[in-house]
Design a protein around this ligand. Structure first.
Ligand code: MN
Length: 272
């Protein structure tokens, strides 16, 4: 994933300063926005709901609510994220028990969190379903998550080509989602922040089904991150907006006081 070298140690965990910007739009075809998002402290997530009787929005909102319940100020933990996703799955099942007419509702969930790992801050990317997390680097958007969809599986098996996948009839069929028993496996990846900074795009399929990777990479660099999220969503809506579009842009900038910190240490010592 990217330029992998020896684990880089950042001087102080607290120096990983995370910025998030979010935007969502119903699109130009749908009447309900069934996507939900979380952009809170060090956890960013997008959930894309599905299900009859307009229950998709309920499912995605329940999932985000359950995930955010475990989020506290500062860094998250891997356990809290996993527990939040498990709680989200159960919350949807409970909702269906209480409202049987909502049977079949579910949601994807994907995101990125800054967690403590091996004594230092690391990124944890997590995914169930076909929403995505991209890393934006060197003018490229690289998908970090693996889609849980019929099309992705056919593609992996070599049964269809990437070109055929774009308009494939099974494009919207997900093979893993929240709201199922037994609970789905959650994919996750852990990696350290880049010293030079990081930028990620968390999004629902309404974004990448309308925009190519180069456009996503270009617009993701808009400043500040809130404007980047808006620019991405607006471009997807302008390109067709056939689905709900939701984006959270996450950035970590190199600590600007790195050198200062090193500089001031001896000074402080002498003036004490
Ligand atoms: Mn969607």
């Amino acid at each position: 994933m990217g330029r992998t070298a020896l684990p880089r140690r950042l001087p102080e965990s607290e120096n990983v300063h995370v910025e998030m910007g979010a935007a969502s739009h119903v699109g130009r075809v749908r009447h309900v926005n069934e996507d939900s998002l979380l952009s809170l402290d060090a956890v960013a997530a997008v959930a894309d709901g599905m299900g009859g009787h307009a229950a998709g929005d309920v499912a995605s909102a329940l999932a985000i609510q359950a995930l955010s319940a475990g989020a506290r100020p500062g860094r998250a933990t891997q356990a809290a994220i996993r527990e939040g996703i498990a709680a989200a799955n159960q919350a949807i099942l409970d909702e269906v028990t209480a409202h049987p007419e909502r049977a079949g509702m579910g949601t994807t969930i994907t995101g990125i969190a800054l967690v403590e790992y091996a004594g230092s801050p690391h990124w944890m990317v997590f995914n169930v379903g076909d929403s995505r997390v991209y890393r934006i680097a060197d003018g490229r958007a690289v998908q970090l998550t693996v889609d849980h969809s019929e099309v992705a599986e056919l593609l992996a098996l070599g049964r269809i080509t990437a070109a055929e996948a774009v308009d494939h009839p099974l494009r919207n069929v997900v093979t893993r989602s929240l709201g199922t028993a037994p609970a789905p496996d959650v994919d996750s990846w852990i990696f350290p922040p880049e010293e030079g900074g990081d930028r990620f795009v968390v999004c629902s399929d309404g974004l990448f089904n309308e925009l190519d990777d180069a456009t996503i990479a270009r617009l993701a660099h808009t400043e500040p991150v809130g404007a980047a999220a808006s620019a991405l969503v607006e471009a997807a809506v302008a390109a067709g907006g056939r689905d709900n579009v939701t984006v959270v842009v996450v950035a970590h900038r190199p600590a600007e006081d790195d050198e200062l910190t090193i500089d001031t240490l001896p000074r402080r010592r002498f003036t004490a």
